[in-house]
Ligand binder design. Structure first.
Ligand code: FE
Length: 165
């Protein structure tokens, strides 16, 4: 028997994104750098975390960065590794990364496409090889990037709102 009381007006609505690996309108993928793009699944502006699909096509690099908060990763397609570690994340792998972790993500030459679901709390700071900050990323920069992209490709600035809580 389902819950019989009315939903609380203070509880925000669910976010449901079906078919994560389906071929979707390419415009939904937000370019982030050469060969790297993302699809927002949940951008928590209120709690400072984001969940997104990260896609790297052809062999690619995700610039060296340091995490302020914990990261959960689930590889949905392809394979990647960090220059700083000896383990490899393959399709089906789950990985937890601790706050303070610094790494450089590499997709090997023989992988044509990598898609991984990343849940990133806090933000990440791009750093040089000696830890000097050169950039940053968080739920708010992701939101701004997605809003600009969806506007540019004709989906509309409000397309991203469905993923924001
Ligand atoms: Fe990372």
């Amino acid at each position: 028997m389902p819950y019989q009381l009315p939903p609380s007006p203070d509880v925000s609505t669910d976010v449901i994104v079906p078919g994560l690996l389906d071929d979707v309108d390419e415009r939904l993928w937000v370019p982030q750098s050469e060969h790297v793009s993302f699809r927002p699944l949940l951008l928590s502006a209120s709690q400072g975390y984001y969940v997104n699909l990260l896609r790297v096509r052809r062999s690619g690099v995700l610039s060296r960065h340091r995490h302020a908060g914990p990261v959960h990763a689930h590889v949905l397609r392809g394979r990647w590794f960090y220059l700083e570690h000896d383990w490899v994340a393959e399709t089906g792998t789950y990985a937890y990364e601790s706050p303070g972790e610094v790494h450089t993500l590499i997709v090997p030459d023989d992988v044509s496409e990598m898609i991984t679901l990343f849940h990133v709390t806090g933000g990440l700071v791009y750093v040089d090889p000696y830890g000097v900050p050169i950039g940053y990323e968080d739920a708010h920069t992701k939101l701004a990037l997605a809003r600009r992209h969806y506007t540019d490709v004709g989906l509309g600035a409000d397309h991203v709102d469905q993923f924001v809580r």
